[in-house]
Design a binder for this molecule. Structure first.
Ligand SMILES: [Fe+2]
Length: 280
């Protein structure tokens, strides 16, 4: 496709992630957006530098990946665009305008849903001089690094994910009969729909255990596998610059935010999500 020649690509790590330059997401046409999505599907993580996106520009680009997902926490979405969630520690007119510290701890977004979000996009307008790095772990590389006999033991296992478990972790009180989002079961090993590559799809925060395995054995195994998959050799550390667009594929990566000095620095980011399918 001719459009794919309009931008330049550089790997972020050997076999994981890609940085794209020489593209202006605000002004390019749908053919370029499509070529970006095709590239993204093969790399797990994509960084696009030096962008200037209005909220509507970001929505147009997000739409190229699929159907944008609204965020249930309306207090921090843009008033006229509920699909854009504001991550920010800025105070405007005496009011918090965003979630000041989203997403700490290794996880994959909304894994407690029957159909977790496919990908997550962050667009940075203000970033701290230090801290707030986003870490991304390559779950395909982690799977490929396991010996075949270990892969055979794990393939086919099912993990119980729970929104209630996450709320308990965040110390959010729920009534005992609150079943707003029922627990779901997802495969531990997930095949990517673009090319069938397998990912060791483990997580923390939402997991209750492994189906058919008593605890603490099940939770211990999940902790062991997350620790394995998040070794430095599988992790890309994104250091933020103003104008960065970072997109990760929740079907084959884990991510975590890292802290920064909230009293010293401002961070202001717009996040969008794209609806996903049932993992298989
Ligand atoms: Fe997240």
């Amino acid at each position: 496709m001719e459009a794919s020649t309009e931008f330049s690509l550089r790997p972020l790590m050997d076999g994981f992630g890609v940085e794209m330059r020489d593209v202006d997401l605000a002004t390019c046409g749908p053919d370029v957006h499509r070529a970006v999505v095709e590239t993204f599907d093969r790399h797990g993580v994509m960084v696009i530098r030096d962008q200037r996106l209005s909220p509507h520009d970001q929505m147009r680009f997000t739409n190229a990946f699929g159907t944008p997902e609204e965020n249930p926490r309306r207090e921090y979405t843009l008033p006229d665009i509920p699909e854009i969630y504001v991550i920010s520690n800025k105070i405007v007119d005496g009011r918090k305008i965003g979630d000041h510290q989203a997403g700490q701890g290794w996880h994959t977004d909304s894994s407690f849903l029957a159909e977790p979000v496919k990908c997550t996009m962050l667009y940075a307008m203000e970033v701290p001089d230090e801290g707030s790095d986003t870490l991304l772990a390559d779950l395909c590389a982690a799977w490929n690094a396991l010996p075949p006999e270990r892969q055979a033991e794990l393939d086919g296992l099912q993990v119980q994910h729970s929104w209630r478990a996450l709320m308990e972790l965040k110390k959010v009180y729920l009534a005992p009969d609150d079943n707003t989002i029922p627990d779901v079961v997802h495969p531990m090993v997930r095949a990517h729909p673009a090319d069938g590559r397998k990912a060791l799809w483990v997580s923390t925060g939402t997991t209750r255990g492994i189906v058919g395995m008593p605890n603490p054995q099940g939770l211990d195994l999940l902790d062991e596998l997350v620790a394995f998959a998040t070794q430095d050799r599988f992790v890309y550390r994104h250091k933020w610059h103003v104008g960065d667009v970072l997109i990760w594929d929740n079907r084959c990566t884990l991510h975590t935010g890292t802290p920064f000095d909230l009293s010293k620095y401002k961070r202001h980011v717009h996040r969008t999500w794209v609806r996903g399918d049932r993992p298989n």
